[in-house]
Design a protein around this ligand. Structure first.
Ligand code: BDP
Length: 629
């Protein structure tokens, strides 16, 4: 058992009676899947042109009815998902995806490495995956995505190499697009804003320059000639050293619109990232810079531009308040970018189930306000795709939430568990572990609103004393915790950087006032004395210590639980996870010891806690507040 099959473990039966109309390759895939794996009585596939044209379907146990072939394929996977769990299909209401674009962003480099990838090399650009093996792996990938309703893939890193736009790579991209197409997946590319200049075609990359405009238009034509359903471009501009319109005194709207105009005749879109700091608003509190940069551009973007923002205003931390850019752009279509790959949540070494974090975001930002959802992929060419067996659940959960963000983390976890480990396993217990694991991670890494205490560059372990004069201050942990003998935390209230002013009410007032600011965001918005009394009566210092210890107790409780379910799980995956839980515990202890010892130099207070060796299940977590179905 190598984990390669992910959640797609249907038993072949090959004698199903599937009644279907004639159709194209997508319909054929639906028929093939069902013919192989459908165990029930006759199942009828119906194409109904009168249904809504949005990838949705109706499945009632006897038939799958959809407007389009892709709807039927999604319906087929729904039928198989329900069958695998031995669940009831229900009454067959209409279900359709919440977001029209449900995209995985791969941070794959053309040399086959993956930025923040923890599961091997790129499945798209790896030199050692060649020919049929290469195409097969991409086909498997497409099937996995279709099984959870994903319909787009950005193939390459946002720190984009200009070379991806050369004929050689357009060739590769075209081949990939051909494999993904029957599964309803469009390809997109990250593009480097400086491409025409970097490739030697123009003297400038100024978006208002005629030669530049012409180059991009012709490049778009060239791409669409080969890939008529190409999705569009994702752009990281004027961010962390990437070129952009600002280099020429132009705005992000100038840059995005120029690309949007090149793509518009073909129906393509531009996903322009708001992850911008250190350019025009250099020196300002980093978490404020996206709003400062983009607010005045609201209404100036073409209709085929989507502004894509990370869920939090900083950078995929274990916990951040939602990014206020979502409160500030009423005229611009927006997308959220989640990070499935666990850069800041233990990489592929820690068991951290991220659905609760994404649900927390949706508690504040309505899915109705978003046009697209993107997830930075955790897929690599490792046999089990994602490194940690439980990291597969994050890929799964992303797809399920992209389809229906009102599903609860617990529901999705149970679905995933029974399909991944079978129906004999105690899915309630495992789901409990999964749904508390993100809070555990927050507890042992950065509780109470602390953020960015990560070691430089690799972002795995702690480095609370991190400061390098040659780095921007916004990369240094000391800039974020501001610990001194007087206290700890970043004052972003109206007496500090006033980042709270970027939030809509009631959050602006709620976060601004120390007395009403939720504990989980406390040190994000406030600088408070070590002996500050929290609502539960504990001092800040004592609570901080308690939470670091609690995080560790939670990991220990997961080890106990994992031992309990041992007889229900195959040996290979059991041992793999067991080993990783050991690594996670060690890492959690390192976090606690490093952070508390460091802060103790300032607080000068004793650490009163020791292991209490709590019994499973771990305490209910604060995530349950946000995780409403
Ligand atoms: C940070 C990563 C960096 C990415 C950047 C981004 O550390 O590797 O390039 O985000 O999203 O989280 O552009």
């Amino acid at each position: 058992e190598d984990g390669h099959a992910l959640w797609l473990r249907y038993k072949p039966c090959n004698k199903a009676n599937i009644i279907a109309p004639q159709g194209g390759p997508t319909l054929q895939l639906a028929v093939d899947e069902l013919q192989r794996y459908w165990q029930g009585p006759a199942l009828k596939l119906i194409l109904n042109p009168n249904l809504k044209d949005d990838d949705g379907f109706i499945y009632d146990g006897d038939s799958i009815c959809a407007h389009s072939e892709i709807g039927l394929l999604y319906g087929a996977y729904e039928a198989l998902r329900i069958q695998a769990q031995e669940a009831d299909p229900g009454l067959g209401g209409y279900t359709a995806p919440k977001f029209p674009r449900r995209i995985l962003d791969h941070w794959d480099n053309l040399d086959g490495t993956i930025e923040r990838g923890y599961a091997g090399r790129s499945i798209f650009f790896s030199a050692h995956l060649k020919g049929q093996a290469w195409a097969n792996r991409i086909k498997e990938y497409a099937r996995v995505n279709a099984s959870i309703g994903l319909n787009g893939s950005v193939l390459n890193n946002v720190n984009a190499a200009p070379k991806v736009l050369t004929a050689e790579y357009i060739d590769t991209v075209c081949m990939i697009a051909n494999v993904l197409r029957p599964y309803g997946i469009k390809v997109y590319l990250s593009v480097n804003f400086g491409s025409p200049k970097a490739l030697g075609y123009t003297k400038t990359a100024d978006p208002l320059d005629k030669s530049v405009i012409k180059w991009w238009r012709e490049k778009a034509n060239e791409i669409y000639k080969r890939i008529p359903d190409f999705g569009g471009f994702l752009v990281k501009a004027n961010s962390e050293g990437q070129p952009g319109p600002f280099d020429y005194g132009r705005t992000h709207a100038d840059g995005a619109n120029m690309l949007a105009d090149a793509l518009a005749p073909h129906g393509g879109i531009v996903m322009w990232r708001s992850f911008v700091y250190g350019a025009k608003h250099k020196g300002e509190d980093r978490v404020k810079q996206a709003v400062s940069e983009f607010k005045d551009l609201d209404g100036l973007f073409r209709s085929n531009v989507i502004l894509q923002s990370k869920n939090g205003p900083l950078d995929f931390q274990p916990r951040e308040p939602y990014a206020p850019i979502f409160d500030n752009m009423s005229k611009t279509p927006q997308a959220v970018e989640f990070q499935i790959t666990q850069e800041y949540t233990g990489q592929s070494k820690h068991l951290v189930y991220l659905a609760p974090m994404w649900k927390e975001f949706f508690y504040f930002v309505s899915p109705d306000s978003l046009k697209a959802i993107a997830g930075v992929s955790n897929v690599g060419d490792d046999t089990n795709w994602c490194g940690h067996p439980f990291s597969q659940a994050n890929w799964y959960a992303f797809g399920r939430l992209a389809w229906n963000p009102s599903l609860s983390s617990d529901f999705i976890a149970q679905e995933w568990i029974s399909q991944t480990f079978g129906n004999e396993v105690d899915s309630y217990a495992l789901a409990d572990m999964m749904t508390t694991s993100r809070e555990a991670c927050v507890n042992y890494m950065m509780p109470l609103g602390l953020h960015h205490l990560f070691a430089f560059d690799h972002h795995y372990g702690p480095e609370p004393n991190g400061f390098k004069a040659e780095y921007p201050l916004e990369w240094c942990p000391v800039y974020y915790h501001k610990a001194s003998k007087d206290g700890i935390g970043f004052d972003r209230s109206s007496t500090g950087t006033n980042a709270v002013s970027q939030y809509r009410e009631p959050y602006r007032s709620l976060y601004n006032d120390l007395k009403t600011c939720p504990d989980e965001y406390l040190l994000w918005f406030h600088h408070v004395p070590w002996d500050y009394k929290l609502r539960n009566g504990d001092t800040l210092w004592d609570e901080l210590c308690a939470l670091y210890y609690r995080g560790i107790e939670q990991v220990i409780s997961y080890q106990k639980l994992w031992n309990k379910v041992r007889p229900q799980i195959d040996r290979e995956r059991w041992e793999h996870v067991n080993t990783l839980l050991g690594v996670q515990l060690e890492s959690a202890e390192q976090w606690r010891d490093t952070i508390l010892r460091y802060f103790q130099q300032f607080s000068k207070l004793p650490i009163k806690y020791a292991y209490t060796d709590i019994a499973y299940p771990a305490e209910p977590s604060v995530s349950t507040i946000y995780d409403k179905p």
